[in-house]
Ligand binder design. Structure first.
Ligand SMILES: [Zn+2]
Length: 182
């Protein structure tokens, strides 16, 4: 699906990784098939996490991205889930890596999930972004680490959606505002 995107793997992966044949064809749905050696490779959505950290006065934490895609745009703390890792553990790990605070997996409330596309070095990754809400009453000594260049706190109703990094993050924030409004 959606292999009209120039960076879709169907347009990037030209040869069978097992036998080197150029008869390595994407079926337009979800898998590559090599008609020379029979090798099959499935594309699946990569799991990612995003965390809305809600402070006691209702402000939430946004991170400004240091690198492309969407360098300079605002994002939620989060990132890709490692292989073999629970999404809750990934959420706690990414928050610690990016902004230097320690959450507990028990603090995470599932909000929703939204699909996203994430282009990195010429290849498009299809993700499923799993969103959590965490209430945080600790000190606000947020750091900007890893791929974050700046950390801000804002009231959700004051967010300028034109400055937000990705469709999935906009959807997460809009849903959060609807759910927590009033
Ligand atoms: Zn092959």
């Amino acid at each position: 699906m959606r292999n009209n995107i120039a960076s879709h793997p169907a347009n990037v992966f030209k040869f069978c990784p097992r036998c080197g044949s150029n008869a390595f064809i994407f079926d337009s749905e979800k898998r590559f098939n090599c008609s020379t050696c029979g090798f099959v490779y499935y594309l699946n959505a990569a799991t990612a996490v995003a965390v809305i950290i809600r402070l006691s006065d209702g402000r939430i934490v946004l991170t400004q991205r240091r690198f492309d895609p969407a360098a300079g745009k605002y994002d939620l703390p989060g990132g890709f889930v490692d292989m073999g890792e629970r999404v809750e553990v990934a959420a706690v790990r990414e928050v610690a890596e990016e902004i230097g605070i320690t959450l507990n997996t028990d603090q995470l409330e599932f909000l929703a999930s939204f699909p996203n596309t994430y282009e990195y070095k010429g290849v498009c990754y299809f993700t499923c972004d799993v969103a959590f809400v965490a209430h945080y009453n600790g000190t606000e000594n947020f750091e900007a680490n890893d791929d974050v260049q700046h950390v801000i706190t804002v009231l959700p109703e004051a967010i300028d959606y034109d400055t937000i990094s990705f469709d999935s993050i906009r959807n997460i924030l809009k849903l959060y505002c609807e759910k927590y409004a009033g």
